[in-house]
Every structure is written in C-alpha cells, then in structure tokens.
Design a protein around this ligand. Structure first.
Ligand code: NAP
Length: 250
C-alpha cells in the first residue's frame, strides 16, 4: 500500500458502481480512508466493497443524489464520525437509458427531467453539500465523472450527452468559484466495460474496440487511474477534464 494519500478522507458518490468501486480501490491503495455511497439497490455490494478495501476505517453509507436531504444526512454523519474536513469528493453516480437520437418522441419530458436530476443536479447538489468541508481541508478536490458524449454529442441519448456537457461546464465554473482551496476536475471516459448502459454487452464492446484508435474499450481501472492522477500527479490543474477514451473521440 502507498502512502501518497495517507490521512485523507475521500467520498465516492456512486462508489458501488464499476468506476466508483475501482476509484475507491485506487484511492484506498494510495492510503486514503474511503466512504462509498450506495442506494437501496446496492447496499450489500457497497458494504462488501468497503470491507475489502486495503487500509482501515472505510465505510459504506446510503445517499441518493436525486434526494438532496439524503446528501445532507450523509454530510452530518461524516461530520459526526470524522470532523469538519473532507479532502476528496468523486462524483461517480449516474444512470442512462438508450434512446436513438432520431427518435425524438422517445425522449419524453419525464426521461429528460430524470436524466438531468440524477446526472447533473445530483453532482451539483453533492458539491454544494460538501463544499464547506472540502474548503476546510485547505486542499480539497472534486472529480466529476463526465463522458466524451458531452463533447462529441454521440452517446446513449441526447439528454445524456447534454447532461455530460453540463458537467464539463460545471467543472470549469466551479473550479473558478471554489479556488484556491478546492480544485475541480473532470474525467471523461469513452466506452467503459461496466454494466452502465442497459443492453450493451460484449458484442457492443468488441465493435467499439475495433473502431477505437487504441483498439480496446476502457476498463474501470483505466478511469480510476485518472481519478487517482487528479488527486496525486495533477496538482496544478483545475477546471479541466481529462479524456480517457483510447482516442475514440479523435
Ligand atoms: N460505463 C461507461 O461506458 C461510461 C462511459 C462514460 C461515462 N460514464 C460515467 O461513469 C459514471 C459511473 O458509471 P459506471 O460505468 O461505473 O456505471 P455503473 O456501474 O452503473 O455505476 C453507476 C453508479 O451510480 C449509482 N447511482 C445511480 N443512480 C443513483 C442515484 N440516484 N443516487 C446515487 N447513486 C446513483 C449506482 O448505484 P446503484 O447501483 O445503487 O444504482 C452505481 O453505483 C457515470 O456518471 C457514467 O455516466 C460511464
């Protein structure tokens, strides 16, 4: 185990998902104490993950990013347990539902609202809720998991692409607003081998790999390596989004 992040507290919102879990592991391996969040769907997986991480004192706690009150309860729990300071917040929660871009009727108001509620408002609400604790660290970091869909306009639905474009703008705006005590960075994967997009499996990944310059899709660890780099190597970067797509967006 490394000690680069020893003494740091990291909160991984969506920590029970593919990218969230891999990021939790990388940060714990670097010495951070990690809190992963889960919804009612993934409580057991999150508990197992927290128990399996290297190091001491990791926790799994509930939070639904669409329910700001649950984020505030999470903040109060962290304060009670660990005090006023949070060093790292990773926003890795998200969902999608594939909708062909030409099928305008299928992208109805309810789906658009849910897409922005979970994939944009939820990330902002998490940052708003934890900003005082991140500032109190004097050297805080937010990492927003975005997607190249936000810049290419190609993705599981037009609303998903738009929410991720909104995440990239949020990263830039908040990097200015929260400086100098908190850095805000994004990590934008292309296709990642997780269960994120319903209906996408090995066939889709193989086709994508064949048309990607580096000839494979990303693993969750590829993305987690970039999250770790934000916390360790990229010390003078803020307001920018690191693309981890094997050249897919070229
Ligand atoms: N996989 C890809 O190809 C890909 C590509 C580009 C970007 N991304 C982005 O990467 C991030 C993580 O995705 P992933 O690939 O790791 O997918 P994943 O394995 O499906 O993980 C998604 C996570 O988000 C959580 N989540 C969903 N709705 C939530 C809510 N309302 N409140 C709190 N947590 C919620 C899920 O928790 P539950 O399991 O409890 O629902 C799960 O932990 C997402 O932002 C996604 O847009 C993924």
């Amino acid at each position: 185990m490394d000690t680069l992040l020893a003494g740091k507290l990291a909160l991984i919102v969506g920590g029970s998902g593919g990218i969230g879990a891999a990021s939790s592991r990388k940060l714990a391996e670097a010495g951070a104490r990690v809190v992963v969040t889960h919804t009612a769907r993934s409580a057991e997986a999150a508990q197992r993950l927290a128990a399996s991480l290297p190091g001491e004192g990791h926790l799994a706690l509930p939070a639904d990013v669409a329910d700001t009150a649950s984020l505030e309860r999470l903040r109060d729990t962290l304060r009670d347990r660990f005090g006023e300071v949070l060093h790292i917040l990773v926003n890795a929660a998200g969902f999608t539902k594939p909708v062909p871009h030409a099928d305008l009727d299928a992208l109805d108001d309810a789906l658009i609202d849910r897409m922005f509620q979970v994939n944009w408002r939820g990330q902002f609400a998490a940052i708003r809720t934890f900003a005082p604790m991140l500032k109190a660290s004097g050297d805080g970091l937010v990492v927003n998991i975005s997607s190249i869909a936000g810049s290419t306009g190609v993705g599981s639905s037009i609303a998903y692409c738009a929410a991720k474009a909104g995440i990239d703008v949020m990263t830039r705006s908040l990097a200015r607003a929260l400086a100098p005590t908190v850095r805000v960075l994004g990590v934008a994967p292309g296709v990642v081998d997780t269960g994120f997009v319903p209906g996408r499996g090995a066939d889709f990944n193989a086709k994508t790999a064949a048309t990607t310059p580096l000839r494979r899709v990303a693993t969750a660890d590829d993305v987690a390596d970039a999250v770790l780099a934000c916390a360790t190597a990229l010390r003078f970067s803020t307001g920018t989004t690191v693309v981890v797509d094997g050249g897919r967006s070229l």
